[in-house]
Design a protein around this ligand. Structure first.
Ligand code: AVI
Length: 320
């Protein structure tokens, strides 16, 4: 059984977990939070009363997509990075007279289902799903060559990257979309840490379950025996780095094995599992500029909790 579990394990998952548990500051990349159960739990998070992000951004999209469509103009090829279930896309497509929709996602099954149902709801829209890792430049289908490009990256997913990685991603998006393209992107704003901490440590314990699910996944997929009940979910506001951090903190000294490797942790130690960066108005603009995008217009809700920015890939100019 153990040999079978080992053979079926994703080698990238094993590599990241073993390296992350052995590192002096233990950390596992956040992408591994999203197995089937993790994705379900994240969906549940988006409906929590404390998790204002999805609600606020959705309302903002409903209100502002007509303005965005007016500025960008008709006939765009809308390219969505990490499209998932394409829920917010429907709001955008209902307002914009787009010619084509290109959802890009690493998860092929999800992508094809979402693309098919979207194609039914928007007849006449050419849908070209691409199964790929959007952190690298992607060759778009030739059929789109004559169309203006409009990138869509909602959800504050950029916040889950450290700024250097975020800039690399923005540059890759610029290479994918080309000069003259638009980028419409969501940023979660800096706010009262108490409100942020509630959003990432809800009363019903859904975020805790989402975080702890990573340990269950490791035990199941990597033949681990981590005592999951010894861990607690911790959300921390890191003021200096302007981010919420998720950690898994162990309450007592423990020893465990993963894929045949042994680890020990002392009471109070943590495994860092996610960063969620929060951007001020100028921070977001600076990040976009560093990534090759010029901010054109910005919209926020009344409480300035969340911002949508429309930016453009202007021709590169040499420094004066
Ligand atoms: C997907 N991402 C934008 C979420 C966030 O808010 O950073 C993931 C999340 N982690 C805990 N709650 C939600």
């Amino acid at each position: 059984m153990d040999a079978l579990v080992q053979a079926l394990a994703d080698p990238d998952f094993r590599r990241d977990v073993l390296a992350g548990l052995a590192a002096p500051i233990r950390a596992i990349p956040a992408r591994w939070l999203y197995d089937r159960r993790g994705s379900e739990l994240f969906e549940a998070i988006t409906r929590l009363p404390e998790y204002y992000l999805t609600r606020t951004e959705t309302a903002l999209l409903e209100r502002r997509c007509p303005d965005v469509a007016r500025i960008a103009g008709p006939g765009q090829a809308v390219v969505e990075f990490g499209s998932g279930a394409s829920v917010k896309t429907r709001i955008l497509l209902a307002a914009a007279a787009a010619s084509a929709y290109v959802p890009i996602d690493i998860s092929g099954d999800f992508l094809r289902d979402a693309a098919a149902s979207l194609g039914e709801d928007f007849p006449g829209l050419a849908v070209h799903p691409i199964e790929a890792d959007f952190t690298r430049p992607i060759e778009l289908p030739e059929a789109l060559d004559a169309l203006p490009r409009f990138g869509f990256f909602p959800g504050s997913t950029i916040g889950n990257m450290i700024p250097a990685t975020g800039v690399d991603l923005l540059r890759a998006m610029r290479r994918t979309l080309g000069t003259g393209a638009w980028l419409f992107i969501g940023f979660d704003r800096v706010k009262d840490p108490a409100e942020l901490l509630e959003a990432y440590d809800d009363r019903a314990g859904v975020t805790a379950e989402f975080n702890l699910n990573l340990l269950l996944r490791i035990n199941r997929e990597l033949d681990g025996d981590i005592p999951v009940e010894a861990f607690r979910h911790r959300a921390i506001w890191n003021e200096k780095l302007s981010r919420i951090e998720m950690h898994l903190q162990v309450a007592r000294d423990i020893g465990f094995a993963v894929s045949g490797r042994h680890f020990t942790m002392s009471a109070g130690e943590t495994i860092h599992t996610e960063n969620s960066h929060k951007y001020g108005e100028r921070d977001a603009r600076t990040l976009l500029l560093a990534g090759g995008w010029t901010p054109v217009e910005e919209w926020t809700d009344e409480a300035a909790r969340f911002a949508l920015v429309l930016a453009r890939a202007e021709p590169e100019r040499s420094a004066p």
